[in-house]
Design a protein around this ligand. Structure first.
Ligand SMILES: Nc1ncnc2c1ncn2[C@@H]1O[C@H](COP(=O)(O)OP(=O)(O)OP(=O)(O)O)[C@@H](O)[C@H]1O
Ligand SMILES: [Mg+2]
Length: 369
């Protein structure tokens, strides 16, 4: 699998370079190879990574197809031509004002408190923060298994301080960054600085800031130091009174460049574990409270049984369980509640998406920090 991933990265790099040089045919060939190797790697990946790798492969494939269209003399769809893309940041940079709050995130009490101390209280209580010399803002890295609420937490932080929320997803943007990575990063940070309060969130941060020695990519060799220095400037909060936070999330913390973990960059590295009993109960309550539930459903009992499941799994189980009586009610014209057997039958189908092995690796990494 390692081989397929490396091959994919090599072809991608080459493809993007050729495209920049105007060799569309060569570029297309390499992008197709890159996508094919990535699909191959995806096949052998565990479910969570599999999904991401397939998405990434699809975005590469899209770009290859667009090249094909250009080769055939048709207008390119889905891709803004290089010359025009300077104004097209909306393609890769998403900007919004989330309405989520930290209280919407189930469990993770310690993590939420850590986030409040570092990122919320200093902005809601600036006078106190000044008196006690509390540093404002900074960088925080969330790592852990997929579906544990990392993205949700990042949005909730922005929601909590009513900040502008900038998201960048490397897998979606990398193919659009040909020769423009430096400008794009500079622009991302300068856009964020225009706001009184802003959160920059980079998902899959390991693919943007990989260990340099592992990466064959020359783009990465140039871009990583730039991101690191932007991060330092951003996180140090030089602009007084401004709230600028930088958050990253990853499922592969060990693949991150070491330098990014130093203070001044990601000051806090926070492990996001699977939900504990209380958190599972909270989630079940959240998803099922307004549904017609039969008396034989005990949320406590379910929460016990759902040990090992992620927040995303639990949401899925609740949704699928509600489908069963819904469909039956439609077909029989006789309405019935969600019963215990519905939840149990869905649990038979939906297994925990995070393997014990993957979990162990996270825990080992967390204990070494
Ligand atoms: N702690 C939580 N509290 C409430 N809901 C949660 C929690 N964790 C996960 N969920 C549910 O699972 C969904 C997916 O979570 P989210 O996208 O935040 O996970 P993630 O950790 O960012 O995953 P990935 O690593 O795949 O990006 C959320 O939209 C939410 O419905
Ligand atoms: Mg996420």
């Amino acid at each position: 699998m390692r081989f397929a991933l490396e091959k994919s990265a090599e072809h991608l790099e080459k493809g993007l370079k050729l495209e920049q040089e105007g060799d569309l045919k060569g570029a297309r060939y390499n992008l197709l190879e890159a996508a094919a190797f990535l699909y191959k790697a995806a096949e052998k990946s565990e479910p969570s990574l599999k999904r991401k790798r397939i998405e990434r492969a699809e975005s590469i494939l899209q770009r290859a197809e667009a090249l094909g269209q250009r080769l055939a003399g048709k207008p390119a769809w889905g891709v803004i031509p290089q010359a025009e893309s300077a104004g097209g940041a909306s393609e890769w940079m998403v900007f919004e004002k989330p309405d989520q709050r930290l209280r919407d995130v189930a469990g993770l009490e310690e993590v939420k408190e850590q986030i409040r101390i570092r990122m919320i209280y200093p902005f809601t209580h600036p006078e106190l923060a000044r008196r006690f010399g509390i540093k404002k803002g900074g960088g925080i890295l969330l790592y852990g298994a997929p579906g544990t609420g990392k993205t949700m937490l990042a949005r909730a932080v922005a929601g909590e301080i009513e900040a502008a929320f900038f998201t960048v997803k490397p897998s979606e943007v990398m193919s659009k960054w040909v020769g423009e990575a430096e400008q794009n990063i500079a622009r991302l940070f300068s856009e964020a600085r225009k706001h009184e309060r802003a959160v920059i969130f980079i998902d899959e941060v390991e693919s943007l800031i990989p260990r340099r020695r592992d990466s064959h990519s020359t783009v990465m060799q140039r871009v990583v130091p730039q991101i690191l220095s932007e991060m330092e400037g951003f996180a140090s909060g030089k602009e007084s009174g401004k709230a600028l936070l930088f958050m990253g999330a990853t499922n592969e913390p060990w693949a991150l460049d070491e330098a990014v973990l130093r203070p001044g960059r990601f000051d806090e590295k926070v492990y996001i574990p699977l939900p504990d009993f209380e958190a599972r109960l909270e989630m079940l309550y959240f998803h099922l409270r307004d549904k017609p539930l039969s008396a034989d459903v005990s949320l406590e009992e379910l929460a016990q049984m759902l040990q090992g499941y992620s927040g995303a799994d639990i949401r899925r189980i609740c949704e699928k369980a509600c489908d069963i009586p819904f469909v039956e009610s439609v077909k029989t014209a006789e309405e019935r509640d969600v019963e215990k057997r519905d939840l149990l039958s869905v649990m038979q189908q939906v297994k925990p998406s995070v393997s014990a092995k993957a979990l162990e690796r996270f825990e080992r990494f967390a204990s070494q920090r």
